[in-house]
Design a protein around this ligand. Structure first.
Ligand code: HDD
Length: 699
């Protein structure tokens, strides 16, 4: 009796708080609140107190609810992915706009208007699940198409080439880049000895190194990056005719990256920067969109190409084989449950449908095996395809596979084998509709060998560098300097620079200068003569392909008491009109008191809303406000970071004192005044790269 009375009192207090008795209003979601049950459906009477022998006595083992709840909790985690552990998923659809009729028999690509549900997971590669979104890293871009002919997984990255040519090297690559095994750090970064030791001794990684040192490895948003299938795949038509294909995802919002110093600071300010951006844009109805493009070519073309199309460290410039857009991918639904969907989704390179086939790319061949194997260990057994997020949609699963851990189906009947005759309606193979492989002619000796056609590791690395705009080239050089500055072993630093000499001595010289290694770098032996004459491919540049738009971008205004409220509202509505998000940053969480005495709510308190979180900024301060914030480190950091990160800065005349304190020099991206449209027009152009030599050393 006594015990029950006490419980009632505690519960009453909680109820009072939640539903707002006593004059206070607290948020309450309402609804009918069905009874809470255990896993067997038994209704729980008390979920606040364990069962005890006496008021202050020991807890009893018979408290099955305590045991069940705790046991379930103890097993809540599953092994994180060995790579790509940190990821974020969403649902949507893929719609065919230009069907590949006669090229692939896969309905997902060849039927006009065919709409296929998809699950997409973006990820970083090296960091653990709890690391940061904005690490310098490759981004995974994995798409599960639930086609009516079965699931097709296109497990790609945001970079079109890879570190290695043969899957047998994958373990070494990953071991070198993950945290070092003795000390367990560094987390989510390649800037350490083991990675560069491995890379410096692996010439085939050189082209990829150029890409991960480029701004491609620090995207502004998942919504603003490309995706690539990387390998050359095969498409097969109804007659079994094969066409080689490379897959490309092109973002509707154009390409954009952050500045490296910004990335470092975002990682502190908002480690969830990319996932928050994706979640919020979908929640707001601004559905991210990509075009799916294909480069198609045949065996004859492949033979004429400078490089081997089976070599995943090479790409085919779009200028040589144009990308044909075949459909669009729209992400229009956030997940209901992160674990059930994003964590349990199992992408397998082996998941292909009739009309899409593999090639002999040795990296691809290894992947076909590895993904299934990893799902077995991650998800606990062979029935992982039955987890809702992995099940096909719109086509049945009928076969003779049975039982196993966590079997969800109860297949009926005696027959679990084939051929059989005892039961009607048992599933039978269908040679016409079924998956068939391309009957490629095979002959040759069984050898452990790397094809000679895979031998040139430097020419496309140079082509990539030469295809970048000047600021992008500068960023690559700075990234090498940053990364190698973190490498403690001098010999490793030198070896990387020696490799760079093979790409272009001028690049090597610039990196050596930044490291203080001029004249000290040895030669790295190579048998290859670099093809210096490869045509630059402007499509490989982010800046050359950026879109002058504010769509999907974020603008913030820095305010303080005394700020012109009407100007803030004008900025807000103009930003919205241009498709941008708008945020008010104020010294106090509640917002600011405008010049006319009204209170304007804030979105961020100054310390929690640094300018690194936004694409363009406006400093809307009265002279008093600027004087006050000139003594506030967070405000000075806000403005000087925006300037150093090459952002377009708008400012009221009253804000000048703060700009001066932050050494903001006038340039095309600093607009003092209240012409909102002129400011937004400048902001739509993106960063002011001409400012860069003023704010950091270019080696
Ligand atoms: Fe991989 C995960 C992409 C080479 C072995 N990989 C994984 C994911 C992506 C890629 C996007 C995350 C999927 C998800 O979101 O769940 N991987 C690539 C690309 C590669 C590549 C584009 C080169 C072209 N991978 C590669 C090789 C191997 C693996 C050569 C092994 C031989 N990858 C794996 C894995 C992972 C994985 C260990 C870890 C978690 C998972 O599979 O599901 O099996």
């Amino acid at each position: 009796m006594k015990q029950q009375k006490q419980e009632a009192t505690a519960q009453d207090a909680v109820q009072d708080f939640v539903i707002g008795h006593g004059g206070e209003t607290h948020q309450n979601a309402g609804g009918t609140h069905p009874a809470m049950t255990g896993q067997t459906g038994v209704v729980i009477a008390d979920d606040e107190n364990s069962l005890k022998a006496g008021e202050r006595g020991p807890v009893l083992l018979e408290d099955w609810n305590l045991l069940e709840k705790t046991q379930h909790f103890d097993h809540e985690r599953i092994p994180e992915r060995v790579v790509h552990a940190r990821g974020y998923g969403a649902r949507g659809y893929f719609e065919v706009t230009d069907p590949l009729k006669g090229i692939s028999r896969a309905a997902v690509l060849s039927e006009a208007g065919e709409k296929t549900p998809v699950f997409v997971r973006f990820s970083t590669v090296g960091g653990n699940m709890g690391s940061t979104d904005v690490a310098r890293d490759v981004r995974g871009f994995a798409v599960k198409f639930y086609t009516k002919e079965g699931n097709w997984d296109l497990v790609g990255n945001n970079i079109p080439v890879f570190f290695i040519q043969d899957a047998i090297k994958f373990t070494d690559l990953v071991h070198s880049v993950k945290q070092e095994p003795d000390r367990g750090f560094p987390q989510a970064q390649s800037a350490h000895d083991t990675f560069w030791d491995w890379a410096s001794l692996t010439p085939e990684s050189t082209h990829m190194l150029m890409w991960i040192m480029s701004d491609r490895a620090i995207p502004r948003s998942f919504r603003m990056m490309e995706g690539f299938g990387v390998h050359t795949y095969r498409l097969l038509n109804d007659e079994g005719k094969a066409t080689y294909v490379k897959f490309h995802w092109k973002p509707k919002l154009g390409l954009q990256s952050v500045i490296w110093d910004e990335a470092l600071k975002i990682s502190g300010a908002d480690p969830d920067f990319h996932r928050r951006d994706l979640w919020e844009s979908i929640a707001q109805g601004n559905f991210p969109e990509w075009e799916l493009g294909v480069q198609l070519f045949d065996e004859e073309f492949a033979k004429k190409f400078d490089f081997d199309v089976l070599d995943a460290t090479k790409l085919i410039p779009e200028e040589i084989v144009p990308v044909r857009v075949v459909g669009r991918l729209v992400l229009d639904r956030n997940v209901d449950n992160y674990f059930a969907e994003t964590e349990q989704v199992a992408f397998c390179v082996s998941n292909v449908v009739p009309g899409i086939d593999f090639t002999n790319d040795p990296l691809l061949q290894g992947r076909i095996v590895s993904y299934v194997d990893t799902q077995l260990s991650r998800l606990g057994g062979p029935n992982y395809q039955q987890i809702p997020v992995n099940r096909p949609i719109g086509c049945p699963v009928l076969n003779m596979q049975r039982d196993g851990h966590m079997q969800m189906g109860a297949q009926k009947g005696r027959v679990s084998y084939s051929p059989s005759s005892l039961e009607a309606d048992t599933p039978r193979t269908d040679p016409k509709r079924g998956f068939t492989s391309f009957p490629e002619k095979m002959e040759g000796d069984k050898l452990r060998i790397r094809a000679e056609s895979f031998g040139d590791h430097y020419s496309q690395a140079l082509q990539f560098f030469n295809s970048q705009t000047e600021p992008e080239q500068n960023h690559i050089v700075s990234a090498f300097i940053f990364e190698l500055s973190k490498v403690e072993t001098l010999a490793v630093r030198k070896r990387v620079v020696a490799q760079l000499k093979n790409v272009d001595p001028k690049i090597a010289e610039r990196v050596a200068k930044g490291l203080g290694l001029e004249g000290e770098v040895p030669e790295f032996p190579t048998k290859v003569t670099v093809k210096t004459g490869l045509q630059a491919s402007p499509k490989l540049s982010i800046l050359a392909n950026a879109k002058p738009t504010l769509k999907g971008r974020k603008i913030a205004v820095l305010t303080a008491d005394g700020t012109d409220g009407a100007l803030v509202e004008q900025l807000r509505s103009a930003a919205k009109r241009h498709g941008a998000d708008f945020a008010v940053v104020a010294p106090k969480a509640g917002g600011f008191k405008a010049a006319d005495g009204t209170t304007v709510p804030g979105d961020f308190q100054l310390a929690g809303g640094p300018s690194v979180l936004f694409d363009a900024v406006f400093v809307a301060l009265s002279a008093d406000g600027a004087a006050m914030l000139s003594k506030e480190a967070a405000a000075k950091g806000w403005v000087s970071d925006a300037y150093a990160h090459l952002k377009v800065i708008g400012a009221t005349a009253g804000a000048q004192k703060l700009l001066d304190k932050c050494c903001v020099e006038p340039d095309a991206g600093v607009l003092v005044g209240t012409d909102v449209e002129a400011y937004l027009k400048a902001a739509a152009k993106g960063r002011v790269f001409d400012r860069e030599p003023e704010v950091r050393t270019v080696y």
